[in-house]
Design a protein. Structure first.
Length: 153
């Protein structure tokens, strides 16, 4: 287990839930943090290993709310309150803002890559197919790169 605080946005939780892979987050990181906004957007009961944390710097969150959705804004604001954070974001606009702020980020596909690299799954391709069937958009170029990085091309 890594000594890192992992904060997930709603899209990752939804995508992994749709493909019955939400438990990978617990196996990889033990605990995941979300904000109240993310928990509300998710709309289902969260497992005990997903902790709901409040953002203390509401002013910064309100500023981010001007150009990001509430979940992404709250995730980034919460990430800025800790050291050694991994932020799981899929939305390009949110990822760009997080990168500008110097935050370490990954996305749903990054989680699946790490899951395979950790030996928790033997093959990534079926999960990518399930994600696409569930409406998760993956460009052919990104899909090919993910499969290349996991030695499945």
């Amino acid at each position: 287990m890594l000594d890192i605080i992992v904060i997930a946005d709603t899209s990752c939780l939804i995508a992994l839930t749709k493909i019955q892979a939400l438990g990978f987050l617990e196996k990889l990181y033990r605990e995941i943090y979300v904000t109240r906004e993310i928990a509300m957007e998710f709309g289902e009961k969260l497992p005990d290993w997903i902790k709901v944390e409040s953002v203390r710097n509401k002013k910064y969150q309100q500023l981010l709310d001007l150009f990001l959705d509430k979940g992404e804004a709250s995730a980034i604001a919460l990430a800025l309150e800790f050291d050694n954070v991994l932020l799981i974001l899929d939305d390009l606009k949110g990822r760009k803002e997080a990168e500008k702020l110097g935050l370490k980020i990954t996305g749903t596909l990054g989680i699946l890559i790490k899951t395979k690299q950790s030996g928790l799954i033997q093959e990534l391709r079926p999960y990518l197919e399930d994600l696409k069937a569930a409406g998760f958009r993956i460009s052919p170029i990104v899909e090919k790169e993910v499969l290349r990085r996991t030695d499945e091309v």
